[in-house]
Design a protein around this ligand. Sequence first.
Ligand code: ADP
Length: 596
Amino acid sequence: MSLKQLFIKIMPFVKPYKWLVVLTLVMTFIGSLAAQVNAVVLDKTVDEVNRLLHLEHFEWSQASYVMMVISAILLGKELLVLLINFVQKYYGERIKVLISQDLAAVVIKKVLTFKVAFFTRDENKPGKVQTRIDRGVDFITMTIKNFFIDILPLGTSAVLALVLMFAANFYVGLTALVIVPIYFYVTYLQAGKLKNWRTNMRNYREAKSNGIMNILQSINVIKSFNREEIEYTKQTDVINKLTDNQLNTRKYSFIYDGIKTFVEQIGTVFIIILTAYLVLTDYPGMTIGKIMYHIMLFSNVTAPIRQLHRIYDDVNEALIYAEGYFDILDAKDSAEQSGPYKPAEVRGDIEISHVNFTYPNGCKALTDISMSIPHGKITAFVGLSGAGKSTVVNLLDKFYEPDSGTITIDGVDIREWDTQYLRDNIGLVLQKNHIFDGTVEENIRYGRPDATFEEVCDAAKKAYIYDMIATMPDGFKTNASELSGGQQQRIAIARMFLKNPPIIFLDEPTASLDAIATEQIKNAIDAIKQNRTVVIISHSISQIIDSEMIYALNIGRVEQGGRPDEVYKQGGIYKDIIDASARSLNIDKIVKMTEG
Ligand code: ADP
């Protein structure tokens, strides 16, 4: 990303605060004018004291008058600077804070529109995206402050001091003017040298955050396998690379900063020698006071230039992070697609025809899949793990788009459907459901935020969790993340009941439930299946056996489909799965025991 591109991209974020920027700029500008006062006063003081010393009749009244004027000017200026500094700093900070808030809000809004495929890419792992956003917002905010608040007054300050130097003496001005481009050249070399280190730094920082997040998310597994050492080594590898990179960046920064300070000192030395020479040779207008005056003016030239170089340096670093941030904001093909179709009523007759699908990482999950999922019936997907059952549900929820083939719902291509509207009409219960940080009530209400408390209770009853919630000391205000896996599962089912959608996808909904809960949930699902389309993925023989349609998948293909009894008679994978389930359940013994 070039400086110009960055500038164009950040302009819209600055626009809403343009008057604040103008106010701060004016204040900073007055501040930079005030900064020149010291040099002028010092010059005049030295000359005046010198004049008083050489008077034939020295009078204290004259001296005290001079002192009073000097004190009044310097203290008056300081008071003014105090006020200016406050206004400039406070409003400068205000602009920064408000813009960083806008930057964060815009990017989060954008990220929420992305399709699921975006998040499955390696470079978009949660920790990486989080770092990219955080760092991006920080650096862009800093750049905005640098660009719009600091640069102009600093530049003006430097030019003003340079003009005063030329006004004082042409040769002195020229000396300062020669030093400045050398200084700029060193900074330019520095930026070139550091570019690669900085890009690496960004990548390592993202990897580090992602690594830490992974550890925190998988802490139970790490501990149960005693893999702390391995995780530690993985993490320290990244940290070591980051440290090396950081040290190298610092090393080169310090070297170049040193060179710049040296160049500045050469300038100061030249100015001292030149002014002293001019004073000694009685050059017109040259007095002892001018030595101090020129040195102060020169430092008034170099101080803002040093700041400008800091900005240049910051901006170079910001370019790297801003690029990551704007990559997210401008990502073109990542937004979810949506169509216009929003029918008054959704029935839920689903037809899948010759669908092929490959995950973004290249894993081909479905090959030439065709199936009919009728309204008003329970359709079960069976097959071994990895066969592609959940993938079909992912496609039906529009989380991914098929490579080829068509999916229609109520005769309309799924691409034509309004994505949010379709999802409003789909209830999805997964094997491991996400429980948000919050109370049980909030978690159930997620299914329909405007539901009344009675409706929330009703949903909890249908999911057979109401009685249990009622016995807890905090009832519906209990923190849901404290519940067991099975209880959380029922909360997710309650959420779905509250949503009450015409299409329901259940992906191993009872896998983490005990036998009694499984039966209760099965009854609840049976009770609501009327007039709905229910797809169930399950390894539980009781749920499969009750379904009215079966599709048996194997390595991404539909091997069998039809009524369960017919499919069973055909033999093949469905029969294998049912027989194996029956054997593993030891049904003969169970029958004997329950009958006997
Ligand atoms: P099932 O639900 O039948 O157990 P899935 O539909 O989850 O199987 O997976 C089908 C195939 O797709 C598997 O080979 C799996 O590794 C792969 N797969 C599933 N999810 C993803 C993903 N997010 N990215 C890449 N590959 C995936």
